[in-house]
Design a protein. Sequence first.
Lengths: 589, 234
Amino acid sequence: MVDVTPADAVPPAEVGEVELYHPHSWWTKYVFSQDAKVIAVQYSATATAIGLVALVLSWLMRLQLGFPGTFDFITPEAYYQFITMHGMIMVIYLLTALFLGGFGNYLIPLMVGARDMVFPYVNMLSYWIYLLAVLVLVSSFFAPGGPTGAGWTLYPPQAIMSGTPGGQDWGIILMLSSLILFIIGFTMGGLNYVVTVLQGRTRGMTLMRLPLTVWGIFTATVMALLAFPALFVACVMMLLDRVLGTSFFMPAIVEMGEQLQHNGGSPILFQHLFWFFGHPEVYIVALPAFGIVSDLISTHARKNIFGYRMMVWAIIAIGALSFVVWAHHMYVSGMNPYFGFFFATTTLIIAVPTAIKVYNWVLTLWRGDIHLTIPMLFALAFIVTFVNGGLTGLFLGNVVVDVPLSDTMFVVAHFHMVMGVAPILVIFGAIYHWYPKVTGRMLDETLGRFHFWVTFVGAYLIFFPMHYLGLMGVPRRYAELTDMNIMTESAHHLNSFISIMAFIVGFAQMVFLFNLIWSIRHGREAGGNPWRATTLEWQTPQTPPTHGNFGKELPIVYRWAYDYSVPGAKEDFIPQNVPGAFAPSREPA
Amino acid sequence: MSVILVFLLVIAGFVGWWLSHQRLTAKPWLEQGMAGDVVGFDRSALPTAKIGLGVFLAVVGCLFSLFTSAYFMRMGLSDWRPLPLPRLLWLNTGVLVLSSVALQCAVVAVRKGQIYDVRLGLTTAGLTALAFLVGQLMAWRQLTGDGYLLASNPANSFFYLITAMHGLHILGGLFGLGRTSIGAWNGARPERLRLSVELCAMYWHFLLFVWLGIFALLAGWAATFIDICRQLLT
């Protein structure tokens, strides 16, 4: 070490205001816990469990698409129920809950150097309301008429009419109630994540020293707090339309020769509200992924992140821009062409900060000391997948290209690449990266590599052919494709191939789950900082961190989170809480 | 959707102002930690709970802006027939103003440490808020009695929906006010009591503000105002 200045003058960083709750019994320690780390594990476990349901649903719908007419129990109604529940669960109950409730709860307090969230009790309530929302959702599988089959966008008027499964039964009511509960629960959690980043940071942790993971989760939470109310409003109003016969969204309509009591409502109004939430939702999932990937790449390439400031500004810019692009989901709703032109423009503009991030990741890798660990493999796979999925987004962002493609499998392929596969790859990478901190043990390496390659290659084999099917004109949302002219024999073969790949990739996830459970007891001991990372969560006195995170004294932060391979330093990383100046690292921007 | 966009613009302005004070142009890779470099707490001096409530109120504001947006969009369709507002709403508005004033008095009293006045203020605020809720229910009964049912016209539906949402938020506030009152009677620590009373007042003033907005909206003045703005712009 060169030129270390002692830091005696700095007082310890104890935060007076946070009153740490101390559990007294097993119940308050592990079940009704107010510790953000326990809540994080609860959120993650619940999200994974409901995610498995969605995975099985995707298998069922692939059975139907790949081998039409073979399985009698998959009626068109059941098929619609599968796609609806698969979409809703994956987007909201898995991705949103896992990124914000899971990773947010675990990482924010540890990374900013806090003992816990600022409102631990509210945080606990947030999880239990989320669990209730999940249970209400699951209960719709057992309700008379089954779950709703309205499609995950729940467009009225069909969502609450008798032709749609669950429309005049319990399905849609339970779905809307579950969403309302989810939003209430999320708001409670979201308040915590935002205010903890604002007020819980330890001494020296300026905003510009935050790891990008925290920046991503923080910005995504702010967006979610402002976007979810739109879904809330839409849900409440549709619930009133369905239960009390109001006409917010329901136009005058004749059903089976019978005039319904609704009159004059506007289905487009629902679409505006839904997508006002729905588009930011894409970035609510993507921004935490961006942040996490930045940290994974920097750590595993042993190099400081390229253009940290640009990365932060890009996150903020994407967050702001994502609120003015929502109507690009509505090009086919018959809107004013000038309106479409405006939204196409904003959509293309948002590609600029996103591209900046991609360049910065690549430039971080440039001449880095790349360790192809499993988290790194997943991070690299994310960059490739996100670029691929994002490029088709540029196609679909243009009105003239979108209109013919909008109802085809091309759109399915696009959003599964960019919003399904890409964030899931980050989630896997993040789990391989932080599992040693959560459990104290490493995940099994061989199983992990098997999981990575099957998932990565398999996902491409599933979704790349779908682009092709879409360009051929194969429509989405159809339960039966057998008697259509566009369904050539090769298209059928392709569909069967996609289905088989879906089963293989799904099987790889079972291997992953086995690895998760098996390694809790049998994994290799990890030690406190197996990746030799700089951020505060790896500097805790105990692994896994105990209640209160940092032992007697909170760490004091002396540097940013990316001091890797600093010239003149003894090791190739300098943790954030190590005092002293070294020769300045190469300037990245 | 213009109302919600204007609201978000205000929020964005606030966030932008805050971010501009956060040294976002700093070069963290050059700021290596000598003791002098350790930037002190750059968190806000405001109590954490107040910031938490502020963020929550932004979410509530967002919610009501969205209702307003939906209101304006639905209003443009042909079947919209505005309903006559019961005159009782004027009285309710007065009662809610009184409630806010009472809580403001409680804030002044708690800052001076006059516990008796604090209790008086809290009780008055609680009772008047309850009276407001009862008044709203009576207004509902009056309307349903006159045949303005929930489902008979979208204007009615919006009236019931928005007033119900606002009422639910008042009800939630009463829960917080109740907890504060229990503290005021059972001798909570003065600084803690002061914070809770201030939080209650902040929430109350905000809900009063929201109510005035809703009242203007439901009475149709908001639409007139927007028409005038539109004429000025074109």
